[in-house]
Write a protein that binds this ligand. Structure first.
Ligand SMILES: [Zn+2]
Length: 342
């Protein structure tokens, strides 16, 4: 079970155990960052509940359970979001937000549906996606069902923001936590399931920081360009010692084309600085940007671990300053003056 899913081995084991002992809670809460596969896992639980081969993933029943058609979110379809949206399997349904909220009518419909006997399987499974989008009345409407769940119905709430759920919801659901997926696993998934080239898969995995969802839609060409600019920054700092070039790089990070990616550029710069630091300290196996080994090695030899460490500190200070709304141009200039070590 869950063999097709990537990462999150602890969550996998925990769910498998619940099935083994025959005690899958009727109300589950899947939490964790965006894009790490929570919804896929929820669907897999649904398949496990309805498939006679134990959630094989390939029989017609499993396939139908994964096929949903969501109406466009425009005004004329609002009524479609006032009910449970079923997959092609009538025992697997989901409630999703209409625009920014999960409509209370959809939760009432879920309550009704949860009390019906299953149509063709032994159980029914309902997934509430982005459960934090329930407002208080919707959440309160759900409480009744969570308190006395019908034995044949399972409800899985999925959210990346559990702190926005009512405490009463939290206390009536059993939480399963999901975390970022390791870069190597993301890489393997992209090659196997999405037909990425090995090189693009590696880059996307680095850039997506553990999110399968982000990795799958990553623009690798843009990332490569951005990373190459940031590598140039470290080169100007460590090897050329060129403050003018660094300040020009700061300008570029703030121009119209790159402004929106300022934070992303900082993130990339930090992974590179970290790589330089671990290389200088002799921990080559911890390098993230493995394809840049030669360039990073040269930087490590020139700058050394201490200097690379000071870059990381400077980047983190910059991020903190940006959080209190410091102007990006000023932040970049201050950062690169520190980088140049002048
Ligand atoms: Zn199956």
């Amino acid at each position: 079970m869950f063999t097709r899913l990537v990462g999150n081995i602890n969550a996998k084991k925990r769910l498998e155990r619940m099935f083994e002992v025959g005690r899958l809670p009727n109300a589950l809460l899947f939490t964790g960052p965006e894009g790490v596969g929570k919804r896929e896992f929820a669907l897999e639980v649904a398949r496990k509940l309805i498939c006679t081969a134990g959630g094989c993933g390939s029989c017609p029943v499993c396939e139908r359970a994964g096929r949903f058609v969501f109406p466009p979110e425009d005004d004329k379809n609002k009524d479609d979001y006032k009910r449970v949206i079923f997959s092609e399997h009538l025992d697997v349904g989901t409630v999703v937000a209409y625009k920014r909220n999960i409509l209370i009518d959809a939760i009432r419909d879920l309550e009704r549906e949860a009390h019906f006997r299953p149509y063709e399987a032994a159980s029914r499974c309902f997934i509430i996606d982005n459960a934090e989008k329930m407002n208080d009345p919707a959440a309160n409407a759900l409480l009744k069902t969570l308190e006395e769940p019908p034995a044949t119905s399972h409800i899985i709430l999925v959210t990346s923001q559990p702190d926005r759920l009512l405490p009463t919801i939290l206390s009536r659901t059993q939480a399963v936590r999901f975390g970022p997926v390791a870069a190597a696993e993301v890489e393997e998934y992209l090659v196997r399931e999405r037909g990425f080239s090995t090189e693009d898969a590696r880059l996307s995995a680095i850039a997506a920081k553990g999110s399968l969802g982000t990795a799958a839609v990553m623009d690798t060409a843009a990332f490569r360009e951005q990373r190459s600019a940031m590598l140039g920054v470290l080169h100007d700092a460590a090897i050329a010692g060129d403050l003018a070039a660094l300040l020009a790089a700061g300008e570029q990070m703030n121009d119209a084309k790159n402004k929106e990616n300022f934070e992303a550029s900082l993130d990339i710069l930090e992974t590179l600085a970290r790589d330089v630091m671990v290389l200088a300290a002799g921990d080559g196996q911890l390098v993230t940007n493995r394809d840049l080994g030669a360039e990073l090695g040269e930087l490590a030899a020139t700058a050394g671990a201490l200097r690379a460490g000071s870059w990381i500190v400077a980047i983190e200070e910059t991020r903190a300053a940006l959080n209190v709304n410091l102007n990006k141009k000023i932040a970049a200039d201050a950062l690169f003056v520190k980088f140049a070590g002048v």
